[in-house]
Design a protein around this ligand. Structure first.
Ligand SMILES: [Zn+2]
Length: 89
């Protein structure tokens, strides 16, 4: 966890994230508060990572599963047309 990381601050509640659309023990999914497209969504690992290369395989697999599971529901629910953006926290 990094105190200067906005994703960590969203995860630990120090800063209010935009609308949460999904959360489990290791991932937080929120709508972006400065969207570049309708439905711009951030998928955040709850453990701080500086880049995708430092994400463990099991966490990357779970992240991919969450994106795939939520994408169709998200796309249908708000009529988003593009993919969900991913970021590590
Ligand atoms: Zn972080």
């Amino acid at each position: 966890m990094s105190e200067s990381c906005i994703f960590c601050n969203w995860v630990n509640g120090k800063q209010k994230a935009a609308q949460t659309v999904y959360e489990d023990e290791s991932i937080l999914v929120v709508l972006c508060d400065s969207p570049v497209a309708k439905g711009h969504t951030l998928v955040i690992l709850k453990t701080h990572k500086c880049d995708l290369a430092s994400v463990e395989i099991k966490d990357a697999a779970h992240l991919g599963e969450v994106v795939a599971r939520n994408f169709e529901r998200h796309k249908t629910g708000i009529e988003a047309r593009k993919c969900i953006r991913c970021s590590c926290g």
